[in-house]
Design a protein around this ligand. Sequence first.
Ligand SMILES: Cc1ncc(COP(=O)(O)O)c(C=O)c1O
Length: 445
Amino acid sequence: MTLDTRTDALTAAEIVELSLRHTLFDWTAQENARPIAVDHAKGVEFFTVDGKRYLDFNSQLWSVNIGHGDPRVVEAIRAQAERLPYISPFHTTEVRARLGAKLAELLPGDMEKVFFTLGGAEANENALRMARLVTGRHKILARYRSYHGSTGGVISLTGDPRRWPNEPAMSGVVHVLDPYHGTARPQDDAETALRYLEETIELEGPGTIAAFFLETITGTNGVLIPPDGYLQGVRELCDRHGILMVCDEVMCGFGRTGKWFAVDHWNVVPDLMTMAKGLTSSYVPLGAVAMRPHVAEHFRDHVYWGGLTYNSHPLALAAALATIGVYEEDGLIEHSAAMGEVMRRHHEELRSRHPSVGLVRSIGLFGVLELVRNRSTMEPMAPFNGTSDEMKAISAFLNDRGLFTMVRMNGIMTNPPLCITEEQLAEGFGILDEALALADEGVSA
Ligand SMILES: Cc1ncc(COP(=O)(O)O)c(C=O)c1O
């Protein structure tokens, strides 16, 4: 197809055809990619080029936390673009000063310094580098049910199957089991999980371990909420052995759980904390690593051997500052907690109505339904790292009915933008209620 950009807009079919021909899509064999040509989005809805409306029940990639198309953020980006769209990170800007100071106000405990990156993976890459430079140690502990990004170092930390085709991985990464073990086994309590972790640390050699990376609440691997006492215990173990605790809040930060940061639920302050997604609500790519003073202090008289052309990109920082303004002005963190209670009731109701709903988990507007074939054996509706006819049928049904969310293995995600209303939640859960009838047919007892 030859393209004249000066003529009329492309049709949806042309957009999809050209995109598939000339651009590569993530995490898929290209012949299986089925992109939707999206035209615009507002609040909790987005609209295709063909005019179909979708209710966004996953904030895209758990990231458009304030909702789509907020004019306050768009205007901040525009104003910054007009004034200064880019300057080298060796210089500084008013927006950098303001955002740094604002984050210091919001960050847990005594954290007051950040390093800006382009997204979550780079935030974790830099946290990894910092941990090694500060401790002089090499090994990193991470968990199996985790995702930390797709770049070279952090895909090695990632525990889930997205790591497998990317191996051989970076050396020195040791994976540990999570407290959660799937639908068929109960979650470990904090004491059991910590005993296992401590034994691993002892056997690996505490003096060789730079950091323990963990998603405070695990995201794509199933909204795994740690048992009470676990994070405090990890903090204590890390302190005892001089290991830096690195919390990945790329997905669970910025109000997703009903607090600014997920660690705030347990009053734990990690040594390093990474963020992205909700930081700008994805209007512009941005990530950050926050650090405690003892980490920052190391780099006072030691070189920080890392850098990025787009560190502190003014457009992204302006978007972040305006996004934080929206969270505050609209009370979205509190709203997430309140709507989280509404969502919890919907989860419970679906569980009581549908034999296929085995487990429900949520905290704030971070939620998942886990489907099972049988409530006695708790056999999942799709195997680990696989799918099933029922899960595929649910995906197709939701797409048909204009409910956008992620269906992964046996899980259906429920993670709408934080500005969602009770009525919009009811609409989404109404569609899920209908979809679950398809799963109930696959229930064996
Ligand atoms: C917990 C977590 N960490 C890191 C990342 C990687 O972020 P990005 O895709 O911005 O590189 C993600 C992305 O989904 C994530 O969920």
